[in-house]
Design a protein around this ligand. Sequence first.
Ligand SMILES: Nc1ncnc2c1ncn2[C@@H]1O[C@H](COP(=O)(O)OP(=O)(O)OP(=O)(O)O)[C@@H](O)[C@H]1O
Ligand SMILES: [Mg+2]
Length: 261
Amino acid sequence: MIVVDSLSKAFKRKGRRVRGESRHVQAIEKVSFTAADGKITGLLGSNGAGKSTTLRILATLMKADSGNASIDGYDIGADALQARQSIGFMPHNAGIYPRLTARENVRYYANICGVPPQQAEKRIAQLVEMLDMAGFIDRRAEGFSQGQKTKVGLARALVHSPQTLILDEPTNGLDVMATRGLREIIRQVADDGHCVLFSSHIMQEVEALCDQISIISNGRIAISGSHDSILKNTKQTNLEDAFVAAVNPQSISTHTSEVPQ
Ligand SMILES: Nc1ncnc2c1ncn2[C@@H]1O[C@H](COP(=O)(O)OP(=O)(O)OP(=O)(O)O)[C@@H](O)[C@H]1O
Ligand SMILES: [Mg+2]
């Protein structure tokens, strides 16, 4: 389970500034939500909303300026190592080593995570089947298509069968069949009792897959809840309209207390 409590993070603005412009970009501000075991939680937001920043902090790749979060009870600051061990993380651009083959990339990560070699090979064989990677598993990753890189990133996130799976835009670059396959995998992982948190800017994807949704806009959580409760609280009939209503301050005056004023 993931508990996020009031995380904030600002970055220094790079390049020349227009006079009067702030020195900082407030990437996320007081972000709070939870992602339960056995459920798929979607972090839905537009480009630049703060999704990757939030997920990178949860994956312990970056420190927040303030706030807390825990993964399976492990504080991401004080117990970073334990927190890291209980997650599988797929970053936005997969971040795989181009000189290694796909198999070596996944195997290397399994090794880092302490999976015994025999068990790792078995698991890799399973993942190759699940993610349809047989055609390129022994090719060097240099020159891989976006979809192939995404699959390697996913296999790497899943190889140690983590309790919690955090995926940053996992369908990025995947074709229709691969996207369907991925959805099935994510559903299966959650049905097996794991916690799945993924980010997306695609309404239909989040609508089709998520048990819980947190909408993030300009670094703040605009609303969280089940699909139905979000529609109810925004008085809308579809997620797209609910998204617009939740992120647009002018249209939230009639919302319940779930929407920050
Ligand atoms: N390393 C960084 N240095 C400076 N600014 C950053 C950095 N990382 C993120 N930001 C800024 O923080 C804000 C949030 O970025 P973030 O990458 O979290 O958004 P996102 O929701 O993942 O967007 P996208 O859908 O485009 O991936 C943006 O304004 C971005 O420019
Ligand atoms: Mg991002």
